[in-house]
Design a protein around this ligand. Structure first.
Ligand SMILES: [Zn+2]
Length: 362
């Protein structure tokens, strides 16, 4: 069963990119109950280890980014209204009239993003750019805002709004990637009871939504043979995405990403190691978990740069299909969370000294 209480709790912990300390603290505590060892690297990645029974089996890493998209305060106006930039790929049209929380050194400060009064905006056709938007925190001056602890550079998150829809779907801000994090924790818990043959490193990573590279120092340090990245997959089963992307639906099982490419000058993306995909599909087949194959043009994930790190670290994204990505209400299916967890546990249990990833195999 999926621990929905834990998922709710994870979505409620504010951890905007670069400011993940509350989540780092939570993960360290939680993982210490199950792992043989937990450590935190200098940029904040939380690394938990379960020692395998077979020293000859390869070292394996499973990662899930713990950070979330948000905003960052750019300027506090004389009259106390707060201007901001986007932190990560926030969709601007979802911002108006949102409830937000400013994460200050002294605690959370509630606010709302203003929207032009309807009665005086009938002529307004275009959506205002982010540079013209503002947060209202109920103060009348910059001094008053500062007194509440608000400072330039403080990050902002959407207010927690976890909901269960029809007993089948869950909706929340930051479902990307708290759902991946939940599966990371549940898999760790499962393997602490049934020790695997391979040594497994479970890593909660920082900065994915900002520059997708926070995982790299952890992978450099661990030097794993392969990495499985737990993420969301972009579902295309809503009326507005019918003709775009793959046919990726909620409730049809985990998404194995076969291709992602960001483009736009970064040349970032991932084509996973063919033998790694084969292995996942073989395990899924054996334990009867239907998977969906996905391709994604226009984005990338933290798996993207692992294959060119050190001597080359094969990596793959395993995603829970998710609707309305990077909006304040991201929706996933409970059955997909369950299936992805079961798949991940079985993948890790099946890795032993015979696990080889080679190229040139026909
Ligand atoms: Zn993500």
């Amino acid at each position: 069963m999926v621990d929905l209480e834990l998922l709710k709790k994870l979505t409620e912990i504010p951890a905007p990119s670069g400011h993940e300390d509350r989540m780092i603290h939570f993960l360290k505590d939680y993982m210490s109950n199950y792992a043989d060892k937990v450590e935190i690297d200098s940029i904040g990645n939380v690394i938990a280890v379960i020692e395998g029974e077979d020293a000859k089996a390869p070292r394996i890493m499973v990662s899930a980014h713990m950070d979330e998209i948000g905003l960052v305060i750019r300027r506090i106006e004389d009259n106390g209204f707060i201007r901001f930039e986007r932190l990560g790929g926030v969709e601007p049209k979802t911002l108006f009239s949102r409830e937000v929380q400013i994460v200050t050194e002294r605690g959370l400060v509630d606010g709302i993003i203003g929207v032009r009064a309807h009665h005086l905006a009938a002529y307004q056709k275009e959506i205002e750019p982010v540079s013209k938007m503002y947060i209202d925190i109920g103060v009348q001056s910059r001094e008053e805002a500062i007194k509440l602890g608000v400072k330039v550079g403080d990050p902002v998150v959407f207010k927690p709004n976890f909901k269960i829809l029809n007993g089948k779907h869950v909706s929340s801000k930051a479902m990307d990637n708290r759902v991946g994090l939940l599966i990371l924790l549940e898999t760790l818990k499962a393997l602490s009871r049934e020790r695997p043959r391979a040594t497994i490193f479970f890593v909660g990573t920082v900065l994915e939504e900002f520059n997708v590279r926070g995982v790299l120092p952890a992978a450099f340090k661990i030097s794993p043979y392969a990495v499985f990245c737990l993420e969301i997959g972009v579902a295309t089963d809503t009326p507005d995405l019918k003709d775009l992307g793959p046919d990726l639906r909620l409730g049809r099982g985990p998404a194995i990403s076969l291709f992602s490419f960001h483009g736009r000058g970064t040349l970032g993306g991932l084509i996973p190691h063919p033998q790694l995909v084969k292995f996942i599909e073989k395990v899924a087949n054996e334990v009867n978990i239907p998977c969906q194959r996905s391709t994604f043009f226009g984005g990338l994930s933290e798996a993207s740069f692992l294959p060119v790190l050190k001597e080359g670290i094969p990596a793959v994204d395993i995603g829970v299909p998710c609707r309305y990505t990077h909006s304040p209400n991201e929706v996933v299916a409970i059955s997909d969370i369950e299936a992805t967890k079961k798949l991940m546990v079985n993948i890790l249990k099946n890795i032993d000294e015979r696990f080889k990833l080679e190229r040139g195999i026909l």
